[in-house]
Ligand binder design. Sequence first.
Ligand SMILES: *[C@@H]1O[C@H](CO)[C@@H](O)[C@H](O)[C@H]1NC(C)=O
Ligand SMILES: *[C@@H]1O[C@H](CO)[C@@H](O)[C@H](O)[C@H]1NC(C)=O
Ligand SMILES: *[C@@H]1O[C@H](CO)[C@@H](O)[C@H](O)[C@H]1NC(C)=O
Ligand SMILES: *[C@@H]1O[C@H](CO)[C@@H](O)[C@H](O)[C@H]1NC(C)=O
Ligand SMILES: *[C@@H]1O[C@H](CO)[C@@H](O)[C@H](O)[C@H]1NC(C)=O
Ligand SMILES: *[C@@H]1O[C@H](CO)[C@@H](O)[C@H](O)[C@H]1NC(C)=O
Ligand SMILES: *[C@@H]1O[C@H](CO)[C@@H](O)[C@H](O)[C@H]1NC(C)=O
Length: 509
Amino acid sequence: MAFAALLPRLTLLTLAVSLAAAASGDNTTTVAGQIRVNCGASVSAADSDGRTWDRDAPSVGGGVAAGAPYEDPSLPSAVPYMTARVFGSAHTYSFPVRPGRVFLRLFFYPADYGGRGAGDALFGVAAGGVTLLRDFNASQTALALNAACLVREFSLNVSAGGLDVTFTPSSSAHYAFVNGIEIVPTPADVVAKPVPTFANGGRTAPMPIRADTAFQTMYRLNVGGTAVSPGNDSGLLYRSWDEDSAYIYGAAFGVSYPKDSNVTIQYPPSVPPYVAPKGMYASARSMGPSAQVNLNYNLTWILPVDAGFYYILRLHFCEIQYPITRVNQRVFYVYINNQTAQAGMDVIAWSGGIGRPAYVDYLVVTAPGAGQTDLWVALYPDVKTLPEYYDAILNGLEVFKLQTYDTDSLAGPNPPLPAENAAADDDGSGARPKKKKNGAFVAGWAAAACGLLAVLVGCLCAWALCRRKSKAATSAIVDVPEKPTVHETPASGLHGPTETCVFSVRAEK
Ligand SMILES: *[C@@H]1O[C@H](CO)[C@@H](O)[C@H](O)[C@H]1NC(C)=O
Ligand SMILES: *[C@@H]1O[C@H](CO)[C@@H](O)[C@H](O)[C@H]1NC(C)=O
Ligand SMILES: *[C@@H]1O[C@H](CO)[C@@H](O)[C@H](O)[C@H]1NC(C)=O
Ligand SMILES: *[C@@H]1O[C@H](CO)[C@@H](O)[C@H](O)[C@H]1NC(C)=O
Ligand SMILES: *[C@@H]1O[C@H](CO)[C@@H](O)[C@H](O)[C@H]1NC(C)=O
Ligand SMILES: *[C@@H]1O[C@H](CO)[C@@H](O)[C@H](O)[C@H]1NC(C)=O
Ligand SMILES: *[C@@H]1O[C@H](CO)[C@@H](O)[C@H](O)[C@H]1NC(C)=O
């Protein structure tokens, strides 16, 4: 076959590098199976969340180690962003990961590396047989997100033989780079239940998804709350939870609030603690105190995504304030893309009481297309059962893109530049304009009536954004991280508490 000639001939250029176990007293990297590589760095170091990042291959051959010439003040941490590994041709990192589902996180800080311009980086990334990124322009993506740096998170089902991550420049005129790579084993259902409900076109039938499906995290929002940093995530999974206010449609923000101080978040058996941290469930957004106002608007989030893919929307609910403790006090509709995904949603009935989390997954298909499209999530009171309050509530929202099964791809286009950024470049002050709101002004009177105008704060909320240092740590409620429930004992030869991880970088010819 013609393909045989095209198969890359693999040459091992770089010696395997042992990742020094953290000797600093910090022990987050000793969680079995977790791998963090500070690409291009010659020593291991801790980030602002206390995670230790191991050094990368010290030699050339497996790409070139380079340092960023300038530390943007909005970088959340110098580690892993201030060093990079730069590739002029296809190179593969091979990680000893045991079979199962993992988060693969790629950290990017676009800058001039090794004398090459930031704008010349254009590359693809593939892992486990799936194209994760294609013709990825990190500079443009960062500009579009109004951020200095970005993280791309994927959930992959690793098969036997470990995980290979390949970086391939789009042409000989371009280069590839990466600042950090993080691999965190997870429970299998951390991004989707095996059989989510299909919520498109008004149909709500369960639809199974393949166990080996790869996902990309598009949004992870702590609705009505502040950002939760990786160190405050549950299950030691190191996810970032962002604010939701930048995605609310128009000016009808509803009301956001924390839990009553005498409410304790208690996970029911159906919601293992790794699903989401207590700090996420402990804040919420509702429509407001006036039934009349609430009956006149939908509380709506608009989330731009890549067209033509399937998406899992995970909605997290928890009643956290008195007096709502009983069934039929607050009942509402969940609309997804203007279709009814759920009628009669009663969080107390679903969860079993105040302070008890619940979540539900919906599968959504977007129309085929090349660019971006909007996902709409809206809440509206369901008054059929004459509930005590005409209101709705949401605590958290996650959106995951599913790989295509025909082309094994998760790659979408680079996001379009907003008009305000196309002309003006960063002045280096670190000052950043507010993220532009989606949608038009709607129901401003409703917002005013609910007394919510103070909610609109400058927030850089895409999941992939780097928050500024002053805002990095945030949740008012501290969650005690649980031990992960899977992969507690490392398989022999793999990364474990007392072992060192050996990985390699090789060039592909
Ligand atoms: C991590 O370190 C702290 C303090 O040094 C210690 O109390 C804790 O038991 C350690 N945890 C693990 C999992 O080793
Ligand atoms: C990447 O995007 C930036 C910003 O839009 C642009 O200046 C640069 O030319 C792009 N690079 C490539 C290789 O397309
Ligand atoms: C990974 O995929 C295989 C099928 O290819 C499946 O049997 C296995 O359960 C999956 N593992 C996880 C963690 O999803
Ligand atoms: C977790 O949240 C608390 C409270 O906001 C904060 O003080 C702490 O620094 C956070 N921890 C991490 C690791 O971000
Ligand atoms: C908890 O506090 C709220 C007010 O903050 C009060 O209305 C409610 O009755 C209290 N509930 C219990 C069980 O103490
Ligand atoms: C939902 O309806 C609104 C108003 O009718 C419309 O502007 C919007 O495009 C619709 N959204 C979707 C995803 O169909
Ligand atoms: C809320 O959204 C639903 C679904 O798109 C729509 O049918 C309904 O008219 C909207 N209600 C209001 C008050 O905008």
